[in-house]
Design a protein around this ligand. Structure first.
Ligand SMILES: Cc1cc2nc3c(=O)[nH]c(=O)nc-3n(C[C@H](O)[C@H](O)[C@H](O)COP(=O)(O)OP(=O)(O)OC[C@H]3O[C@@H](n4cnc5c(N)ncnc54)[C@H](O)[C@@H]3O)c2cc1C
Length: 376
């Protein structure tokens, strides 16, 4: 944490939200050359919401080729940001498991990975168990092994984006709520905040679960925050930090090593207003139910701690990146769903390209089929 910073009077960019969306956008804008920018966050420090409380899995495996393309591009950037190899992205690899009754859980994602030349292998259960003995406890028939996936030090990555952004002219102002837009002559001229006004021609709404409301109080964008729980177990003999994380599409479950135990999620998804959600006993019951079915020998594990946080989705679950359709000067970087940490660097780069009126040449236009990409 650093001492409070004063709100400047004017900046080229005002970014609302110091999570992965805002921090990576500031980093990417700064890479293009020095500029003046301010990143505002309503909290006393950054990373208080989804960006500091997520499962930290860098996952390339997705049925949507756009998400995989963004994740893969981002992986390259994150590796390039490392001062020592593995410091930000620990290359554990990732496994997606499926029962024989749901081979489609793996087939579509396998095709997407192969089409983008990302290393991956489909394995039958005996082969997967021989390679990864900890899988003995889990019920599955097929595995998709993706060695380029890994675990991110989320606080280090968020801090790295912000540090690099500061070096190019951005200032982080915490404990500062963006309350509304200043509109003059039909376009954005600044932001009203809890610390006073700041003038700018470009406001970037990267406010996570609150996104789509700033300046659009009468007609918010269709973004929906949904709550998800994470649990950390007590010590377990076979939890090793070098093991890959594991994702089970059916019935929706994931886990990875965390200290001497496991971090687990029953992949619950409940609509929730923006904020820090309270935990709900129903999620613990769901965890117990799924764990008993998937790994009966682990059904009695103790839970050391748990928390809940919000993932924010657009209706088609693609990110919402682009200028506001009705407010000149307002730009959106939101709807980062459950992939916002993994894809952050590419999302920032995409936003910076679009803010500079450039078409992102690094992104294959095929996944950008009209109506599917939320490029507003
Ligand atoms: C349980 C869980 C597990 C997840 N696991 C993964 C994972 O393994 N891998 C992955 O890639 N992704 C994961 N995600 C998703 C990822 O965490 C999010 O997509 C990402 O953090 C969203 O970043 P953001 O910057 O949009 O939002 P946030 O992190 O919520 O940041 C928004 C910021 O805006 C600030 N803000 C809001 N309104 C205002 C205002 N008016 N004025 C000033 N500041 C404001 C907030 O304080 C906040 O800091 C997970 C999410 C959850 C909830």
């Amino acid at each position: 944490m650093r001492p409070p910073t004063q709100l400047p009077a004017r900046a080229d960019y005002v970014i609302v939200g110091a999570g992965f969306a805002g921090a990576a956008t500031a980093w990417a804008l700064g890479r293009r050359g020095p500029c003046t920018g301010v990143i505002l966050d309503r909290e006393l420090t950054f990373g208080v919401h989804a960006s500091g409380r997520n499962a930290a899995m860098s996952r390339l495996t997705d049925e949507d080729p756009l998400i995989t393309a963004l994740a893969w591009r981002s992986t390259a950037h994150i590796r390039a940001l490392e001062e020592t190899p593995g410091e930000l992205l620990r290359p554990t690899g990732g496994l997606t498991l499926a029962p024989a009754s749901h081979p489609e859980d793996l087939e579509a994602a396998f095709a997407v990975l192969r089409a983008q030349n990302i290393l991956c292998e489909l394995l039958r259960a005996p082969v997967a168990r021989a390679r990864f003995p900890f899988l003995d406890a889990w019920t599955f028939d097929l595995a998709l092994w993706s060695p380029e996936e890994g675990i991110v030090d989320i606080h280090a990555l968020l801090s790295r984006y912000l540090k690099l952004a500061r070096q190019t002219g951005f200032t982080l102002v915490t404990n500062c709520l963006a309350e509304g837009l200043i509109i003059e002559d039909g376009r954005v001229a600044g932001v009203r905040t809890s610390q006073g006004e700041i003038r700018t021609d470009t406001v970037i709404d990267a406010s996570g679960a609150w996104a789509g409301q700033l300046g659009r109080e009468a007609q918010p964008l269709p973004l929906e925050p949904r709550r998800r729980h994470l649990f950390v177990s007590g010590p377990l003999d076979h939890a090793r930090s070098t093991d890959p994380f594991v994702w089970l599409q059916s019935p929706g479950f994931y886990f990875r090593a965390e200290g001497d135990g496991l971090l687990l999620s029953p992949c619950d998804e409940t609509a929730n207003p923006p904020g820090l959600p309270a935990t709900d006993a129903a999620a613990t019951e769901l965890l117990a139910e799924k764990l008993s079915a998937l790994a009966p020998t682990l059904a009695d594990i103790s839970i050391r701690r748990q928390w809940a946080c919000l993932r924010t989705f657009t209706p088609d679950r693609r990110p919402l990146i682009g200028p506001d359709p009705t407010h000149p000067g307002l730009f959106h970087v939101s709807g980062l769903g459950g992939f916002g940490m993994t894809t952050s660097a590419a999302i920032g780069e995409l936003a910076a390209d679009l803010l500079h009126n450039q078409t992102p040449t690094w992104l294959d236009p095929k996944p950008l089929a009209p109506g599917r990409f939320q490029l507003i």
